[in-house]
Design a protein around this ligand. Structure first.
Ligand code: SF4
Length: 445
């Protein structure tokens, strides 16, 4: 095995599928390996290790993971492929049988990959089994992770696992029971991000509203503590279950120092019958109440909503009910996912499976609703002044971009001195195709 790169040490290439949590964890692992002298492989360089952090949210996700592993083996036949994440956890044997795979590590053993790599570098490939199954179901520990998404935004993992067992979902099996970091530890990580120049933190987890379960502290206590961290000017809550988004949290966010007017809430279906079949923890009445509460307390809030179409039990009539419900909500955007059958889930016992063709039709219908919502939301801000956190990248057209507090993408003429700064911008015009703004610095910005 080639354990030296052009810079003299071993190198690794990382490929991440799925959620923000996976990206945060890959970044933490890469950082750990860098501290042990394993650099990120440069473009064109043959890596010694390929880390594939997988997702298993749909059958398509499983297939993509398999294809990616095979293609890395074809491209880098001498590299040791290390597979982790939800697919590795749920389909451990299958992952281990793929060509080039040297390690399959379960969801809660991601960071042990660093020890495997160090051992392999020190003792060579022969000293350790070619395939080490570590995908056990020991989920007691919380593995902390705070990753630098780009140079302005950090992803702070505050919680992992889920105890809800919605009938269509494999995440509780893949990531285990709900567990979280301590407030002290997470505030420490936020301070570190601020010391590195981070301005914005996205709070991530599997079911973050469940933070502190089994202890006396809550998600509300956590956000109040994070809000006090000097240097972090913006927080976003990545996604929170509607039943855990309390009125107390909404009202507090409205007056907080750094929590942005931005919510992402999973609805999954706008029919009470289907929500019951999914074993979700709320009904449409509660969902509407939460959305209306946000709109009243924070009128400018961007509200993104997740929706599954074509779930088992969603008849034509119930789909129509769901569509009418989401159309009636004052939200900003839908994130639509066609339902995917997952082996081992209780949803498989529900009658009335929706055909692939019909799922696609419903997907298109809901995407049209989403576009209309987003267009309507964006139009309200043409000509408005909003604070934008400017990112570093300069486009070929000589523009830089960033998000407003309420999550609208704005492009402004490039000026490197603005990178990683929050500046007041005028949202001059809305691109009708991308639904992004062209803006300019507000006078006296
Ligand atoms: S809340 Fe439901 S959908 Fe979300 S991770 Fe838990 S079981 Fe899965």
């Amino acid at each position: 095995m080639n354990t030296t790169d052009s810079r003299g040490g071993a190198s690794a290439l990382y490929h991440t599928f799925g959620c923000k949590l996976n990206f945060a964890e890959t970044s933490t692992l890469a950082h750990m390996l860098e501290e042990r002298g394993v650099t990120r492989a440069m473009p064109g360089e043959d890596p010694d290790f390929v880390v594939v952090n997988t997702c298993s949210v749909t059958e398509v996700a499983d297939r993509k993971c398999r294809q990616t592993i095979r293609s890395y083996h074809r491209r880098y036949p001498s590299a040791a492929i290390l597979v982790t994440g939800c697919y590795a956890q749920l389909k451990c044997e299958e992952a281990a049988s793929l060509p080039g795979v040297a390690l399959v590590a379960g969801s809660n053993q991601k960071l042990q990959i660093a020890d495997f790599v160090t051992h392999r570098i020190e003792h060579g490939a022969e000293a350790v089994p070619q395939v080490m199954h570590t995908a056990s179901r020991d989920f007691r520990e919380f593995a902390p992770s705070c990753s630098k998404g780009d140079r302005t935004r950090y992803f702070l993992k505050v919680q992992d696992g889920c105890d809800y067992w919605c009938t269509y979902c494999t995440i509780p099996a893949a990531r285990g029971r709900s567990r979280s970091g301590t407030i002290e530890q997470l505030v420490g990580q936020a301070r570190e991000a601020a010391a590195q120049g981070g301005k914005e933190i996205v709070i991530t987890g599997v079911n973050i509203g469940d933070f502190g379960k089994g202890r006396s502290d809550t998600f509300f206590d956590l956000i109040k503590a994070l809000d006090k961290v000097e240097g972090i000017d913006r927080y976003r809550i990545s996604s929170i279950e509607p039943n855990l988004l309390t009125d107390e949290i909404i009202d507090w966010c409205a007056g907080s120092r750094a929590f942005m007017p931005h919510f992402h809430i999973p609805l999954q279906c706008g029919s009470d019958r289907v929500l019951e079949l999914m074993r979700r923890h709320y009904d449409t009445a509660l969902f509407r109440e939460k959305i209306e509460r946000i709109r009243k307390a924070i009128p400018d809030a961007f509200i993104g909503v997740d929706l599954i179409v074509g779930a088992r039990g969603e008849t034509e009539e119930l789909f129509a009910e769901s569509k009418a419900f989401v159309e009636s909500l004052p939200i900003s955007r839908l994130h639509v996912f066609p339902y995917s059958e997952r082996p081992g889930t209780r949803a498989l016992a529900i009658d009335h499976a929706v055909s692939a063709q019909e799922k696609q039709r419903r997907d298109h219908e809901m995407l049209a609703v989403s576009e209309e919502k987003l267009r309507g939301f964006c139009r309200k801000y043409v000509g408005a002044l909003r604070p934008v956190l400017v990112e570093h990248t300069v486009s070929e057209q000589g523009m830089m971009s960033g998000f407003t507090d309420n999550y609208l993408r704005v492009h402004i003429p490039a000026d490197q001195s603005l990178a990683n700064k929050i500046v007041m911008c005028r949202l001059d015009s809305l691109d009708p195709d991308t639904l992004e703004f062209n803006g300019s610095l507000a006078p006296n910005a």
